[in-house]
Write a protein that binds this ligand. Sequence first.
Ligand code: FMN
Length: 473
Amino acid sequence: MSRPIKQIHLAAHFPGVNNTTVWSDPAAGSHIEFGSFVHFARTAERGKFDFLFLAEGLRLREQNGLIHDLDVVGRPDTFTVLAALAAVTDRLGLAGTINSTFNEPYEVARQFASLDHLSGGRAAWNVVTSWDAFTGENFRRGGFLPEDQRYARARTFLRTAWELFDSWRGDEIVADRETGVFLRDPHPGRFTHRDTHFDIAGQFNVPRSPQGRPVIFQAGDSDEGREFAASGADAIFSRHGTLEAGQAFYADVKRRLARYGRARDQLLILPAATFVLGDTDAEAAEIAHEVRLQQVSGGTAIQFLEQLWNRDLSDHDPDGPLPAVDPDPGEHTVARGRASVRMFGDRLATANQWRQLAEAKNLSTRELIIEVTGRQTFVGSPATVASAINDLVQADASDGFILVPHVTPGGLDGFVDTVVPLLQERGVFRTEYEGITLRDHLGLAPLVPAVSGTSDASGASPAGPGSAARAVS
Ligand SMILES: Cc1cc2nc3c(=O)[nH]c(=O)nc-3n(C[C@H](O)[C@H](O)[C@H](O)COP(=O)(O)O)c2cc1C
């Protein structure tokens, strides 16, 4: 029996704050004015995308003690932006990245329940833990929760938030004018939660929202992060967008689901993806090269170099060869607050790989950085890009993609106008929204609250967060 054709999920990441974003392009606009968000969101909705995604950064990153220029352009508060976008869109899901290390469950649950109400059931929460003490200094005396406690806190944070969402069943408010009865239940929203991270009790003050809970995203890549996703997330924002890496990641996390009594289709895998379109493949390749030159100026190449070398290389010539000196293997002090520095692993080994590549291809420092950073996921004519996206999804390298255009706010327009219709013609992407909520768009079953009657979640909640409510099919 042949496999059913999978439907593709598409989302749009509002760009900004790193060098994927080309601010110097004549078409580039503001990353903070509401008009940019509106243009971007309405384009995504015109393309029938599942959702718009906002990343989050809670401290301006630094390099050699100076802030990273692009950081300052795209970090307005997530809830404020999404709530405003709820008013100018009808169907588009609204996904926000909110940290579980520095916030408190009660306030975050209130914010997401409110967003889900205001948007008519379109809210999603990307639960991130953050890893660096540098960011923590903005929030906690002495900086940071030890790294090995981040996911423990995230797990109980999410479970606590779920108890708060589920503390309202949804039928408490009767508002019967005849009898004068407003509330059926005198104690809606009652909760008690006690564990090593949270000791809270009271009454949750936002009635049950259209989705019951926001859709849950996860974006960490460690073993613990993947386990966290398998235990309770609805989707993963991953960085594995190629066929081989995508298939390996997809198989790995889907395999973990059984441990939590979950089915394969209860967790979607959505890698980040960039794209460059042209009338022909050759034209797209030319534009892609120009985009890479815009993204990696000589100065940016030196910044990347410093992130691996962990040294001040501001005097290094980006058009010359890689530095002869080896990276400093000590604690990372040059680039602070950047996730990428964690990914280098053995700095000397990576530097030697870069040296070999530069020598083999006769590349300058800048050319080498262009080659080893910021891979462009899809480059080609609309037909080529549509085929590539569909092939990856049908081959179980992903369930769709979160697209990151390189120009704000118009970078999505061409994709929606030319690639989306081709995917629709092939019957692999919706031509109209079929449901109302984001859960509907993602093909996730609606939720009913786990507990009936008043919610008392004191320690009695099940171990796996996924079991705190059940999906109805
Ligand atoms: C594709 C991707 C996007 C991420 N986006 C954010 C973000 O916007 N804000 C943030 O604080 N962390 C972000 N993270 C970091 C993770 O969510 C996570 O908190 C961090 O990587 C530590 O988890 P790990 O050790 O499991 O990787 C992202 C990670 C990935 C892989």
